[in-house]
Design a protein around this ligand. Sequence first.
Ligand SMILES: Cc1ncc(COP(=O)(O)O)c(C=O)c1O
Length: 397
Amino acid sequence: MTKKEIFNCYDQFVFPTYSRLPVIFVKGKGSVLTDIDGKKYLDFFPGWGVSNVGHCHPKVMAAVRDQVSKIIHLPNNFFGVNQAKLAREIVRHSFDGKIFFCNSGAEANEAAIKFSRLFGGGERFEIISTLNSFHGRTLGALAATGQHKHQKGFAPLPAGFIAVPFNDVDAVKAATTPKTVAVMLELVQGEGGLNIAKVEYVKALRQWCDEKNLLLIIDEVQTGIGRTGEMFAYKHYGVVPDVMTLAKGLGGGLPIGVMMAHRRVAHLLQPGMHGTTFGGSPLVTKAALGVFEAIQKDKMIKNSRAMGLYIIDKIKGMQKRFPFIQDVRGLGLMIGVELSVEGKGIFDACFENGLIINCTQGNVLRIMPALNVTRKEIDKALVILQKAFLIEANKNG
Ligand SMILES: Cc1ncc(COP(=O)(O)O)c(C=O)c1O
């Protein structure tokens, strides 16, 4: 198929739910993507937070290759070796609890919402989330998402959700009613503009949840699996969630989701109450085991901390020269660069010059390279970014 034929097929047969860039990637290795014409790009936003271990990590490839020749799918009325091992591995890295396997972040959050309703026992069902949060596109996850723009056109959404300002525990307290059952949040709002939760806020939320018998649901779909310089972002905060959701980076590129509940409350989910056909198949769980192995063997958490600080420091160093850089913030390799101008021009210039980043909320550049990104790759990316800043500066006179 030629490029033109591929674009035409999309025009005719695929919903335009995404604004796609006019590029067709055919190969990925580590932090490098190669397009159909052989042009190479540095991917500093791999798979929107999916490819934390880089594209086609050898450990993930070996795991998939091995499993695909044995068995790909098993329904969940059978036991599976890899699912058992992965559940144990996730618990080993987080807290004592039980896991429900599904296929995506939205599905994991749906499971968390349903779990909360069980916890509420039919009397309490309201969930307090935060403004600018993003929890997914299915109806429940969308209702929990604190951004009107994503909800427009899909009313009526399920009832029982209220979004309050982020980093404001008094707002959560004021929104709590006798019907409240849970507080749900991302510790670093990704899509919402790279907003980082304050330690005292999260500690106070934990305390409030304990006081009022509410579940603290932490959405680690984007922040999990080493992204923020800890295996899970909640570890920065000295608290333990009651419910945690995972997806994106866990499968190394294969679709997987997890809803995990603390053992204290895990007994609530009983046979027949929830399910999904594909959840936790032998193939995806084997790939996820490969991800854990890769992260540990290659010391990616340590690298993500060091490289994150390095990137932030370097971009902060450009602030004087480019005053439209308002703020540079991040946790591990989840980095945001807030601009006083629209970010699209900078995004476009980066792309043109072979660097993939993301721009969210119109003016926040989101930089999330693979956790095994090298200093050499970062230096190369920073040259391209600086060039894009320069183009932007010249545009503004
Ligand atoms: C924090 C967070 N939660 C949930 C989701 C939804 O995940 P998925 O797209 O896998 O449904 C996303 C996706 O970007 C996310 O960033």
